[in-house]
Design a protein around this ligand. Structure first.
Ligand SMILES: *Cc1c(COP(=O)(O)O)cnc(C)c1O
Length: 367
């Protein structure tokens, strides 16, 4: 091969996605497999949204609205911000990518927690940027060290709140500390993919910071509580100047027509979202109860998944769970060996999972 690939692209690590249901069915010869590995919503989208998707299938021969005007207007109204401060992406992932494309020059760095969502690192490395990692402090993002890590090559600092893969959260004091103590030439990105799972009193009103801080970007998604992960749509909120920079690197038709219609419909009636929030809370309590009763360690979660301590027998436990038809995310693949991350499923699935998990867990540590 005489084609030269950029050296920094060759150096990039490969992303290990969660295993698919079909893969596991084949490999273990199973009829039913439950995927509790990627924090998708097993409750699915609002039935009204599904209907709206059906109604719009006849129009997919047309290109979508490249500027996503309708959905930005809806969001602007709802969040009380100018639509110039909103950008829509093919998933939040794509906005993270646009941020690095717009702000990272070769040799610049981003600051992230370790571990965290992998896309931040991937997007920076793609731009030949460097990644400074700050270890979690008792499974929490360490705000002081994140700020302390900033050097003259730092361009972006990524926070995830609630945090993935631990499910921990930061409070408004910590967030305020961060914004006050960071020079305004550093972009602070707060990824709120799981914000909809928070109770009102645990939420930080990050949107209210946008008018005062032109170096803040808020990211949200329709992939989690809205149950639309397969359609790929998320949004970013920031100062208009930042958003216009992101628009420069954005491809013209980055968000497909069906995703736009579905998201617009989803925003019309949020009572469904409130319902799912309550259901997920009940499911987490179901897990906590069983884990507490059996003295199995876990991190209290502010999202729709729980990080469970499975110890040195984790590999065995994960393998046996697969054989039993349950896909969970190995902590090992997320930088937290000795743990598994389990997405909250539907009540019946969770009951079956907990029963199987206890059986396997006890067996693994009985010798
Ligand atoms: C799931 C998730 C997202 C959402 O990504 P999409 O591209 O919108 O599907 C973003 N950030 C974190 C931390 C996530 O866990």
């Amino acid at each position: 091969m005489s084609i030269k690939i950029k050296q920094w692209i060759l150096n990039m690590p490969e992303y290990i996605p969660g295993r698919t249901i079909e893969e596991i069915k084949k490999e273990y010869n199973l009829k039913v497999v439950y995927k509790l590995a990627s924090n998708e919503s097993l409750f699915g989208p609002d039935p009204g949204v599904l209907k709206e998707i059906g109604r719009n299938l006849g129009n997919i021969n047309y290109y979508p609205d490249g500027n996503c005007i309708e959905i930005r207007e809806k969001l602007g109204e709802r969040l009380n911000i100018n639509i110039k401060s909103i950008i829509i992406g093919n998933g939040t992932d794509q906005i993270i990518e646009m941020i690095c494309d717009s702000f990272i020059e070769p040799g610049d760095n981003i600051i992230i927690s370790d571990p965290t969502f992998l896309i931040y690192e991937k997007s920076a490395l793609k731009c030949n940027g460097k990644v400074l990692k700050v270890p979690l402090k008792r499974f929490h993002q360490d705000m002081e060290r994140l700020v302390g890590c900033i050097d003259n090559k730092t361009k972006v600092l990524f926070l995830t709140n609630p945090h993935n893969p631990t499910g921990s959260n930061i409070n408004s004091t910590e967030f305020g500390y961060m914004m006050e103590n960071i020079n305004k030439n550093i972009l602070v990105v707060v990824d709120e993919a799981y914000v909809d799972y928070l109770d009102e009193e645990d939420r930080i009103d990050t949107v209210s910071y946008i008018s005062e801080y032109d170096n803040l970007v808020i990211l949200r998604t329709f992939s989690k509580i809205y149950g639309l992960a397969g359609l790929r749509i998320g949004y970013g909120i920031s100062d208009g100047v930042i958003i216009s920079a992101l628009n420069k690197v954005r491809l013209p038709f980055n968000v497909n027509f069906i995703a736009q219609r579905a998201a617009i419909k989803a925003l019309e009636d949020e009572s469904y979202i409130d319902k799912i929030r309550g259901r997920i809370k009940e499911e987490k309590n179901r897990y906590y109860k069983v884990l507490n009763e059996n003295r199995i360690g876990y991190i209290k979660s502010y999202a729709n998944f729980i990080l469970i301590e499975t110890g040195k027998e984790s590999d065995v436990i994960i393998e046996k769970l697969l054989r039993g038809g349950f896909i969970v995310r190995p902590g090992k693949n997320l930088g937290l060996p000795g743990h598994i991350r389990v997405t909250m499923g539907l009540p019946d699935i969770n009951k079956m999972f907990l029963k199987k998990f206890l059986e396997i867990f006890k067996d693994a540590y009985s010798k």
